[in-house]
Unconditional design. Structure first.
Length: 313
């Protein structure tokens, strides 16, 4: 069953949610929020009988985009709990609907956080100016403790970020890219052979669209349905690629320096993880490269990673 992202949850299910949360409400309204293709996200504005107002967010996961063996509702809800306890600015998790009996689809309910993402490419200059606090927040996230028991809810990033080499065959979309086969072979030949590092808690999709800001302060990091654990270079590589695509390689360097200073360690094998990150835009280049300078920045990203991975003899 395919559901349009604009489809609202039923008023009846929202009413049940509000009752489960113990809210004595008089009325509410439902509003569609920007979301990814993998989930349907809505804000509920609530009028309480005592005159107070409150907002919550419902996230339901698109059944057409479920990943075998990965329950996004469990992953995101568990990740938010871990992060919230650590004081990381994330939406407070309020309710888990593991089966979809309550929301119609498996999903979660969280508190609403005020703030807005930086809009790219229109606000690329601001994204560059805020590279350092963006990096420091990622370093804080990577210091979130987790246990062996937590891993069953999270993705193994050391596997997932190199999904394109799993079956040993070059995907057609990578073969179609002018750098694709080179990237595929370099990643496949070296994957897992990096200098051992302590696995870190990871976002897996850390970029401008998943950070909410208020007055140049991060109010929330959102979209944790692919939260995982693994080599910290994976998150750093993916975010740095975004700066290159926006034509801001200097901001990517600022980001890296600020990250390493806050984290207290120097990343190893970053070039390999950058090449792995470069496979993602190859799936749908038209969506990633709205302007020619974006693809030019992407090629520069690949070239600098290759040059660092394979220094001249």
């Amino acid at each position: 069953m395919s559901l349009p992202s604009s489809r609202l949850p039923s008023a009846a299910s929202v009413g049940v949610v509000l009752n489960r949360l113990g809210l004595d409400y008089s009325e509410f309204s439902i509003h569609t929020l920007p979301s990814t293709f993998s989930n349907f996200t809505h804000r509920v504005d609530i009028e309480l009988r005592d005159g107070a107002k409150r907002k919550i967010v419902l996230r339901r996961y698109n059944p057409d985009k479920y990943e075998e063996g990965h329950d996004k509702q469990l992953c995101e809800f568990h990740a938010l709990n871990l992060l919230h306890k650590q004081g990381i600015p994330v939406p407070k998790p309020l309710l888990l609907d593991e089966t979809g009996d309550l929301l119609g689809l498996p999903g979660i309910v969280s508190a609403f956080v005020e703030g807005a993402p930086i809009q790219l490419p229109a606000e690329a200059h601001r994204w560059a100016e805020l590279a350092a606090p963006t990096a420091r927040m990622l370093a804080r996230i990577h210091q979130t403790p987790f246990t062996e028991a937590d891993k069953r809810f999270l993705m193994d990033d050391n596997v997932e970020v190199a999904w394109f080499i799993k079956d040993g065959l070059i995907p057609d979309y990578i073969r179609a890219d002018r750098d694709g086969e080179m990237v595929w072979h370099l990643v496949k030949d070296r994957w897992g052979k990096w200098t051992p590092v302590e696995p870190r808690f990871a976002h897996t999709d850390y970029w401008a669209g998943n950070l909410l800001w208020q007055d140049d302060q991060i109010s929330a990091v959102v979209d944790w349905e692919e939260a995982g654990y693994g080599h910290p270079a994976a998150d750093v590589a993916y975010c740095r690629m975004g700066y290159f695509i926006e034509g801001m390689p200097e901001a990517a360097e600022t980001f890296l320096r600020a990250y390493e200073a806050e984290a207290g360690w120097k990343l190893t094998d970053l070039a390999l993880f950058e090449l792995a990150a470069s496979a993602r835009p190859m799936i749908d280049p038209e969506d990633w490269f709205a302007h020619p300078y974006m693809e030019a920045g992407f090629r520069r990203f690949i070239e600098q990673a290759k040059r660092r991975l394979l220094p001249p003899p």
